[in-house]
Design a binder for this molecule. Sequence first.
Ligand code: ADP
Ligand code: MG
Length: 638
Amino acid sequence: MAKRTSIMDAHTVSKKLSITRVRVAVRLRPYMEKGEDKICVRGLDSQSLQIINWRNQMETMQYQFDAFYGDTATQREIYTGSVYPILSHLLIGQNASVFAYGPTGAGKTHTMLGNPNQPGVIPRAVRDLLQMTRAATEENWIYSITMSYVEIYQEKVMDLLEPKNKDLPIREDKDHNILIPGVTQKTINNFSDFDEHFIPASQNRTVACTKLNDRSSRSHAVLLIKVQKTQQVPPFRQLTGKLYLIDLAGSEDNRRTGNQGIRLKESGAINSSLFTLSKVVDALNQGLPRIPYRDSKLTRLLQDSLGGSAHSVMITNIAPEQNYYFDTLTALNFAAKSKQIINKPFSQETTFSVLFTSSVQPTMKRPREDADTTAPSQKLKKTKSDSVDESPDSCNESVRKHKLNLASLDPSVVERLLKLDKILTEKGRMETQLLSTPKRERMALLKKWEESQMEIERLKEKQKELEEKALAAEARLEKSNSSDLDFSDSSVSESMFRVPLRSRATSTAKAKKVLRVLPLQGLTNQSNIQEEVIPVVKKSRRKKASSGQENEPSWEVTMRSDVVQSGREKILHLLNNGSIKELKSLQKIGDKKAKLIVGWREHNGPFKMVEDLAIMEGMSAKLVSSFLKANILSIVAS
Ligand code: ADP
Ligand code: MG
């Protein structure tokens, strides 16, 4: 009972907290290549780095992160800067995760585990958590720490503390806590307890050789440290904070590492898991509503400890050698997806000879304030090196050498780089728009959009309603007025401009189209049915009638034939009897044409039909058609 209350408590606490994004740190390991490989990446300051642009070696690409650790950064600096600050949250029942990402050989295991002389994140965090719980002096509360250690290999969860537990399930309880039923949990009271369990378990990890590294890990090693805080008096509340410390599998490209057969399959599984992780981090940092946790075992396991109220840090490990160029770029782009790249021009003081030909300490010549004042407009900022423009010989030499080296890249790698570049350019464009809009504004815009959608729905409903009313009114009128043509002022529009029943019967779409000519905003006056049927006279898109008679006014299809007939007769009467002045009152008939009409009828006798006008000089069937169209409505109404 007590446990139940406590879980609910912890859950409520976490629900109330605002969402925190995944912090991204990048660590550059020291130059280690024995051969003549060049350096292609270097730090700029405590948050940013630059890498040569493979497409144009006169340019560099600059990336900014929450933290950047250069090749001289110590294990302690990384730990105190990016990991230690999140540990205190575990003592109040919140979750956290730290994971090392990057290509094989770039320093993930060194960062997470380290060695006895340079202990990494895992031993430091365990030691400090033990100390913190010991030092906590809250009355009537006690702390306990347990550990579990699993490996995710080919989308299967294996228990490293008890290797016979293979393919363990991952479940979610009703309070949305993620758990692995059946996984071994060991209590650790001191650091030697931890050592005792951890060291043999580490040896159980699946490792295999690849071309890049002798002991390359191709599985995800997941260490779970649970901190439990239990109340010793009623109501015996219990808070649980989970810390995941993860050494991820290498992010390198299969083709480059020469993985074959089963290993290629393993890499495929690793990569799909990493790919999902990248999507999850991306979605979290963009504040997207759907996070694809369920798409891989790794992210499913991390669901309650990545995003939400959890505190997460991703340490992306990269190597400086050109040999790693492609994998470094891929890793940086993964990490940078969640970042905005600042717009900083390449420093005048930095020369290519310093930049790319030797292992160098990052120089910090650029003032940090730049980062705050420039617009975060691009994911990748490509900048021309001013120093190269000045072309000192040494720089050119360096650039030339570098060019040659990059030119020797495997063609398949170049092809992939081009694809990656294209995807990123497109994605960058989209994301920049999203990311450059502050969250609050985005929410307001979304709300507005939802409101307008609702309004549109409402208006559509109204329009439908009005259409039905119009049809009903029309049917009524059709019944009562079918034979007489009442041109009195009050009824003229109703009786004359409605859609002929015949055309509606043969073409509903056409009839509907005619009825819908009013814009939505015009449909607010529900009672004015006349207005809805007024714009009946619409020119049909059919140019010629099927009979082939060009002079058949195509717009007639939208008018009642008796109305048209009456109009024609009135016009014909005017043509045969009207004075020049009366003729000039017709649309499209000027002084010249009026005189011609009078002369023609005196010479040839009366017109037999309006279309006879086409015989006259300066007239044509087309002109007669438009003459009729222009006059028929006004003449029947007059
Ligand atoms: P990964 O786990 O990413 O495959 P490793 O951690 O095994 O890479 O690192 C590869 C090699 O580089 C190891 O010999 C490791 O000791 C060394 N190394 C990595 N990072 C550093 C560093 N920051 N300082 C010194 N050596 C490092
Ligand atoms: Mg490793």
